[in-house]
Design a binder for this molecule. Structure first.
Ligand SMILES: Nc1ncnc2c1ncn2[C@@H]1O[C@H](COP(=O)(O)OP(=O)(O)O)[C@@H](O)[C@H]1O
Ligand SMILES: [Mg+2]
Length: 225
């Protein structure tokens, strides 16, 4: 599904050039579940953003289903991303003034669907993530695990083929993290997803098909296991 070749990423900062990703090569097959692990600052989020077309590499290539992701520009890249990739962020980034249902409807409304249709689809996917009884709660009235379930529903509402999750359980206790990983496993099967999950938790990482480790911007292990 994705082939990353010789990707480097530099950031220009006041204190000089930061070489954040170094010669990354990574191939991800359709349907695979990959965990990316590594210490804080290793480059995990940067790599995930590049994989998902949210940020451009300084050099190197990202092929997504054989097409060069960064040959797409502006609105074309946005449209491709919206139809293809679902993102889950560490700090769920739900809109606090809107209910769970409205948060999940939002991407559909933005892409021009009718309110009635968006409402039905959002209620279905929230039911699937276990929040059928919490549709009208605002994020502040939900637990951390429930907020993450809303974020998962929002990421899946447009039927993406790839799900990218950046430390989706970073702020959750062990039992809740376990439940969220269980849910992601279920959704992987049901929706034929390819999944890339950044996590600090080695035990949860080992539940994926493959674990990839980043140290100082380099891939140091890439074990097919
Ligand atoms: N937009 C940016 N500008 C400058 N430096 C950045 C930027 N984004 C990330 N970095 C730096 O790149 C390094 C890797 O960051 P990141 O990919 O977020 O690491 P991780 O997700 O593994 O914790 C860090 O040193 C971080 O400070
Ligand atoms: Mg990060």
């Amino acid at each position: 599904m994705i082939r990353i070749t010789a990707v480097n990423k530099n950031f220009h900062t006041v204190s000089g050039q930061l070489h954040v990703l170094r010669d990354i090569d990574l191939k991800i097959d359709v349907g695979e579940r990959i965990a990316i692990v590594g210490t804080s600052g290793a480059g995990k989020t940067t790599l995930m953003h590049i994989m998902g077309g949210l940020d451009r590499p300084t050099s190197g290539e990202v092929l997504f289903e054989e097409r060069n992701l960064f040959a797409l520009k502006g609105a074309a890249l946005d449209a491709f991303r919206n139809q293809t990739i679902g993102f889950i962020f560490q700090f769920h980034q739900l809109l606090p003034e809107f209910t769970a249902l409205e948060n999940v409807m939002m991407p559909l409304l933005i892409s021009g669907q009718s309110r009635a249709q968006a409402r039905g689809q959002a209620a279905d996917i929230l039911t699937e993530t276990g929040l059928g009884e919490r549709l009208d709660h605002k994020p502040g009235a939900l637990s951390g695990g429930e907020q993450q379930r809303v974020a998962i529903a929002r990421a899946l509402i447009q039927n993406p083929r790839l799900l990218l999750a950046d430390e989706p359980t970073g702020n959750l206790d062990r039992r809740t993290s376990d439940e969220i990983f269980g849910l992601l496993g279920k959704l992987h099967t049901k929706h034929n997803l390819t999944m890339v999950i950044v996590t600090h938790n080695d035990q949860l990482a080992s539940r994926m098909d493959r674990v990839v480790r980043i140290e100082d911007g380099r891939l140091v292990s890439n074990d097919p296991n």
